[in-house]
Design a protein around this ligand. Structure first.
Ligand code: SF4
Length: 491
């Protein structure tokens, strides 16, 4: 059997952008490297797929030995069907050069049914299209499919005891939509196949399609001429307006026409950059700083989330706390530090976290966080899951104040913030001597994936050193807040 020309994923890629499809085949070297965060998402997807097979146990697995052996899997699938096998995992079909590997194929009393497993929490238009290309390859291979469904994660499922796969997964038939999309598939397949054999790279410019439905892995190549700081970084400017500017050949701030519809904050960002000007509302900042009650507790949480809940009283993708840092500043300027980092074993870290946090937070003074919605949300989740601690947790919630407000409200804005009020932009603008670059762990996503990997036993680095790195990262987050407040007080 000849090797396929299109797979389900290259078909979807081609539907997003024909240039991406072409580059993927002929210029793989231009592809961006997979990040650790993306890798973590892939491996979660694999685990979810394996778990979903328990919905239909006892099947035969047709997964090929290597990525290049799919044609063997197609033959094996046909053999299993002929043998009368009722349940097949990774059933592979090929028609008209299109390969479709389906997660689960079931032949029950009503006939053949196809199930495609997704580790997300709902059915999207892309999944419907994805199911359509599978339906196309499967039915044209001689299988009379009675139904085709997406199996996805039910994020309302709460684990209590062993994982209940019937509750963890939701199953939704997409056959109706598939039949609606199906007539367009043959022409699309022909068009995409033609793209793959042409000599030239398709002449397609950047656009909103670069991120829809997925962030394109050739962005580093196609966006290389866009400066690091451009109209694409104007805060809260929607995609349509950004590309309206771009399509008028306006990339740099200096070229934005004075009558272009930007809001007050967006103009502030533009003017600040062009004139190298800072904006400071001294009165508002003084009110904010003087309104704080000492001792001030500077608090920051780190969380991790897994598609399949690891602990009782938790849901899929729920962000669970595993670490905090707390700097405590007294009215006379004394600074102390407390912290918590969960053990990296398969124990639920939340009870130990709560108990130490309640004890470390004392009972008076403001608890200052950066982006109150996050810490407040995590504390509210803890109070709900462990009502025996809700009194102490709610006392902390009542004391929360948000250090992000002065920056979010643009009471303090400098050109170096580049339209952002995230602590990663605010810190270098206010306290250039303190930075994350020297740390081994520099951002929350890495901290989260690293801890999750340690918890599930997949981590392969130096555990002792990595725990120190996690502590150093979180500690810097709260030290940054201390220094930012100091700077606000000084002005
Ligand atoms: S970055 Fe945009 S234009 Fe370039 S290949 Fe990807 S989707 Fe197409």
């Amino acid at each position: 059997m000849e090797r396929h020309v299109l797979s389900k994923s290259t078909f979807i890629k081609g539907m997003q952008c024909q240039k991406a499809l072409y580059l993927n085949k002929h210029h793989k070297e231009l592809k961006e490297e997979i990040t650790a965060v993306q890798q973590a998402i892939f491996s979660q997807g694999t685990k979810v797929g394996e778990l979903a097979t328990l919905l239909f146990p006892g099947g035969v697995d047709c997964t090929p030995e290597s990525f290049y052996d799919f044609q063997k899997a197609v033959i094996r699938t046909q053999e299993e069907i002929k043998k009368g096998t009722k349940i097949i995992y990774e059933a592979a079909f090929q028609f008209n050069g299109v390969l479709a590997a389906l997660d689960i194929l079931v032949n029950d009393d009503n006939g053949w049914k196809a199930y495609e497993v997704k580790s997300s929490t709902g059915v999207t238009e892309t999944y419907q299209l994805d199911a359509t290309i599978q339906y196309y390859a499967i039915t044209n291979s001689g299988i009379d499919l009675k139904d085709i469904s997406i199996v996805y994660i039910n994020n309302e499922y709460e684990k209590n005891g062993p994982i209940d796969v019937k509750q963890l997964f939701a199953i939704e038939s997409v056959k109706e939509k598939v039949l609606e999309l199906l007539p367009r598939i043959p022409n699309k397949v022909t068009a995409l196949k033609k793209i793959l054999v042409q000599d030239e790279i398709p002449d397609i410019d950047i656009g909103p399609h670069c991120n829809e439905p997925y962030a394109c892995d050739f962005a580093g190549h196609c966006w290389k001429n866009i400066p690091k700081y451009s109209v694409f970084n104007i805060s809260r400017l929607n995609e349509t307006k950004k590309f309206e500017l771009y399509n008028r050949n306006i990339i740099n701030f200096m070229d934005i026409p004075y009558d272009f519809p930007l809001n007050e904050n967006q103009w502030m960002q533009v003017k600040s950059e062009l004139n190298n000007e800072s904006f400071i509302d001294y009165l508002k900042i003084r009110e904010f700083v003087q309104g704080l009650q000492y001792p001030i507790y500077f608090m920051d949480f780190e969380t991790f989330a897994t598609a399949v809940p690891l602990f009782d009283k938790s849901r899929p993708y729920q962000q669970l706390v595993f670490q905090y840092s707390l700097h405590i500043l007294t009215a006379n300027g004394e600074l102390n530090h407390k912290e918590f980092l969960a053990e990296n074993n398969v124990q639920d870290p939340r009870i130990a976290f709560i108990e130490k946090l309640i004890s470390d937070c004392g009972d008076k003074g403001d608890v200052l966080v950066y982006n109150i919605g996050f810490e407040r949300g995590k504390l509210a989740d803890l109070a709900l899951a462990f009502p025996q601690y809700s009194f102490g947790i709610n006392k902390i919630i009542e004391r929360l104040k948000d250090l992000m407000i002065p920056f979010q409200q643009r009471w303090y804005y400098t050109p170096t913030m580049q339209g952002s009020y995230s602590i990663k932009k605010v810190l270098p603008a206010l306290v250039p001597d303190l930075y994350y670059n020297d740390l081994n762990i520099k951002e929350g996503g890495t901290a989260s994936n690293t801890f999750a990997a340690m918890l599930t036993g997949e981590f392969q680095g130096d555990i002792d050193q990595t725990r120190k790195d996690l502590l150093a990262y979180c500690k810097l987050d709260t030290l940054a807040m201390v220094e930012i407040l100091k700077k606000l007080k000084s002005i």
